[in-house]
Design a protein. Structure first.
Length: 486
């Protein structure tokens, strides 16, 4: 029965692809006829439509006028459809998700969110480091399909492309957070994060970060492999296979807007007679590349409007309580020339807890930062942040764990179900604040290094398994991405 279900799914996908190919062929023939009606090439190269005279041809391909700004309606529909497809897949393939539908919705959702800590979530490598980055790339392409001011952005040494992909990555992070812990998420539909070992933050980081790299990889393949293939080979069915197969995330995002997987907004379709000559002109430089206007900087490095930092942060809690080594992310929004509003989220692994013991912390802080020289190469600053600190300890009985694991395997069930029987947990969560000063070194208007940030951290938590984490000294180094200066 399972075999026939799979065969039926593949047959439906094949028939859908044939139907889409025929529909696109008819559409592109119609567009080709319309484009050929203006052989003089008198159209303007404005933002709404671009006229192109392919090499050795009289026809003109015009990019459809889709307006400007972000198409929020389209973005919402396509993202909601993608979210529905993901949750439908989870419910169809994960018994634990279906079992988690029982019980109170709101209470279970809050339990899942409060249980988050640490890095790993127990998923296999291909789920964390292939599946979730692809999710990040798909949601990123959903954004680019609706970010009309950046249509046609092509990979290269130009700020127009990198701005487009950074905007897409920001949306990918927002979508990934919604999928993980939002009202319609893994935390609410199935409540999976309330159970060991699903509490880790790995997907929150990997989805947008590696997803950003995945998008860059697909964009590079599209420019340097797919377009060259389209220039040399005119078989439309080979073209659509190459487009769809080498850009799987973009293909999936196309399906979310009910377009054929091999659709492109920046050039003719695979059945168009204009495609080869258009790509040839584009690669020869006959078609002007879209670029952002050069900004006028204040000072040598400019004053950024927004900064995003990837941090590495060891924290010392005293000789008797040990140290903590980890990292996180920081966002700084510019209020005026010297003041920023900072939001900092970080986690770390506790050391020195003893055999069969582990622990981690999660801090979430926000507050003002004052900069002394915001447009200079060296910028000293000071900040005061408030928020919270969560500390988790775990002690494992290794003998009992091994016994229960063997029993679970013999019974053909998941050994994770017995985690509460062989492990003890201690958790504390309370108010925290940080006061410190640091120095940024600007390498160029885009990138800076946080060469030193020393801060005192004070928290109000009860002891965790006999250890206090209320006083600590943190040293932070970071790579800072500055926007609004390029």
């Amino acid at each position: 029965m399972r075999f026939w279900r799979k065969c039926s799914c593949w047959l439906l996908c094949f028939l859908f692809g044939v139907f889409c190919a025929k529909a696109q062929l008819m559409e592109e023939r119609s567009e080709g006829a319309e484009g050929a009606s203006s052989p003089d090439g008198s159209g303007s190269a404005g933002a709404a439509a671009r006229s192109v005279r392919p090499a050795g041809h009289a026809e003109i391909w015009m990019r459809p006028d889709r307006g400007s700004g972000v198409d929020w309606d389209g973005l919402g529909r396509q993202s909601s459809f993608f979210l529905g497809v993901q949750h439908a897949f989870r419910l169809a393939t994960e018994p634990g998700t279906r079992a988690g539908l029982r019980g109170p919705f709101f209470g279970g959702w809050m339990d899942s969110v409060k249980s988050l800590h640490g890095w790993s979530d127990g998923d296999p490598f291909y789920v964390n480091y292939i599946g979730h980055p692809m999710q990040g790339a798909v949601s990123g392409y959903i954004w680019t399909h609706n970010d009309r001011d950046y249509t046609g952005a092509e990979i290269g040494r130009n700020s127009f492309y990198w701005k487009s992909r950074l905007r897409a990555t920001a949306y990918s992070w927002a979508y990934g957070t919604m999928f993980e812990i939002g009202p319609f998420s893994e935390a609410s539909i199935g409540k999976i994060q309330r159970l060991y070992p699903q509490q880790g933050f790995v997907d929150h980081v990997v989805t947008p970060v590696i997803g950003f790299g995945w998008m860059i990889g697909e964009d590079a393949l599209d420019k340097y492999v797919i377009q060259r293939f389209e220039e040399r080979f005119e078989n439309p069915y080979l073209r659509l296979i190459v487009r769809g197969a080498l850009n799987p995330s973009r293909s999936f995002a196309n399906a979310m807007r009910f377009k054929v997987p091999w659709a492109r907004d920046d050039r003719p379709g695979v059945f168009s007679p204009l495609l080869s000559s258009f790509v040839a002109d584009k690669r020869a430089g006959a078609i002007a590349r879209r670029e952002s206007p050069r900004r006028q900087l204040i000072g040598a490095f400019g004053i950024s409007s927004f900064e995003l930092s990837a941090t590495v942060r060891p924290i010392l809690y005293g000789k008797s309580n040990g140290a903590c080594v980890g990292g996180g992310g920081e966002a700084a929004f510019r209020l005026n020339a010297t003041w920023q509003l900072v939001a900092d989220v970080s986690g770390c692994m506790l050391n020195g807890l003893g055999p069969d013991r582990s622990g981690d912390t999660l801090s979430y802080l926000f507050g003002p930062r004052w900069s002394a020289r915001p447009s200079s190469r060296l910028n000293p600053y000071a900040h005061f942040l408030v928020g919270g600190l969560k500390v988790t300890h775990e002690k494992v009985d290794p003998v009992l764990r091994d016994q229960l694991t063997r029993t679970a395997r013999q019974q053909g069930r998941d050994a994770y179900e017995d985690h509460a029987r062989y492990a003890q947990n201690w958790t504390a969560n309370g108010f925290s604040m940080a006061a410190g000063t640091g120095m940024d070194l600007r390498l160029n208007p885009v990138v800076a290094l946080r060469i030193a940030n020393l801060e005192y951290r004070r928290s109000w938590l009860p002891p965790v398994n006999g250890r206090s984490y209320n006083n600590g000294m943190a040293l932070t180094i970071a790579v800072v991405l500055r926007t609004g200066t390029w």
